[in-house]
Design a protein around this ligand. Structure first.
Ligand SMILES: Nc1nc2c(c(=O)[nH]1)N[C@H]1C(S)=C(S)[C@@H](COP(=O)(O)O)O[C@H]1N2
Ligand SMILES: [Mo]
Length: 268
């Protein structure tokens, strides 16, 4: 693999949280740089069977999870995602060899998909006409559609693949003190599979929102946003950020892993 051209990609990398608590936000997210081999190019060279629809990837780790024992960590993804580009067999993280805990010697990296799909300690790839049955493919990591999703024509269960629109406030920090009438910069990061078109920020717990300044997306990286604020009342202020996707989908207020992030600060 190292004899092939090395491709480097900066991506947002997010854990979707526990598959046993799929609606609980954990906001475990970072932006990292991967180096490795372009998987779509590699498969084009090998040649792909016309019946193939899914890529199955196997990690070397096995054991028991949620009362079920597994030989391997096995995930699958639709081949359309591969054609969209950017999927790597990565052997570098931030310019250094992958550390053991991040998948040494090689891992899959699926930009724009939740971290669970980026299989570490990769030892086998398989193309198949159907999804891979397994604990981490067709049992866990599938979101149940609610009445609104069903009305919008979504299937009853959807695999946890594409990143839903989300944003986090980085500053001010939770419980920070800010000065009355002095300018404060509220800033953070926003991301989704499709890219974020706008971020709105509230300083009154989500009653009123204003448009923040948002950088356009570069590749698969997350996007910075910021808003200048002059606090006009003493006491507690609840800061909220809401990301809106290119297609119009916005972060929900609650009850989902990508629910709106609120940061409480003290105006003194
Ligand atoms: N082989 C293997 N790959 C795996 C996992 C795992 O348990 N085994 N966990 C997945 C999950 S749930 C996440 S969020 C990411 C975390 O990647 P990181 O440890 O590099 O942050 O790895 C994914 N790849
Ligand atoms: Mo995860």
């Amino acid at each position: 693999m190292k004899a092939r051209p090395k491709k480097t990609i900066e991506t947002v990398h997010q854990c979707c949280g526990s598959p046993l608590e799929p609606t609980v936000p954990t906001r475990r997210v970072a932006n990292v740089c991967w180096g490795g081999v372009d998987l779509a190019e590699l498969l084009n060279e090998i040649g792909v069977d016309a019946n193939a629809r899914f890529l199955w990837s196997y990690g070397l780790d096995g054991g028991e999870f949620a009362g079920t024992s597994c030989d391997w960590y096995l995930k699958d993804l639709p081949l359309e995602r591969l054609s969209a580009g950017g999927v790597l067999i990565a052997y570098e993280l931030n310019g250094a060899p992958l550390p053991a805990e991040h998948g040494f010697p090689a891992r899959l990296v699926v930009p724009g998909y939740y971290g669970t799909n980026s299989v570490k300690w990769l030892w086998r790839l398989q193309l198949a006409a159907r999804r891979a049955d397994g604990l981490f493919t067709t049992t866990l990591y599938n979101d149940a559609s609610d009445a609104r999703d069903l009305a919008a024509g979504l299937p009853p269960r959807r695999p946890v693949w594409a990143l839903a629109p989300e944003s986090i406030i980085v500053a001010p920090a939770p419980d920070a003190a800010v000065a009355l009438h002095e300018p404060v910069e509220i800033w953070g990061w926003a991301w989704s599979f499709r890219g974020i078109a706008g971020v709105q920020v509230s300083t009154d717990g989500g009653i009123n929102y204003r448009h923040a300044t948002l950088e356009p997306r570069r590749g698969w990286a997350w996007q910075p946003f910021s808003l200048q604020w002059r606090p006009s009342h003493r006491g507690v202020a609840q800061l909220c950020a809401r990301a809106i996707e290119a297609g119009g989908a916005a972060q929900p207020v609650e009850g989902a892993r990508n629910a709106i992030h609120t940061v409480r600060v003290m105006v003194e």
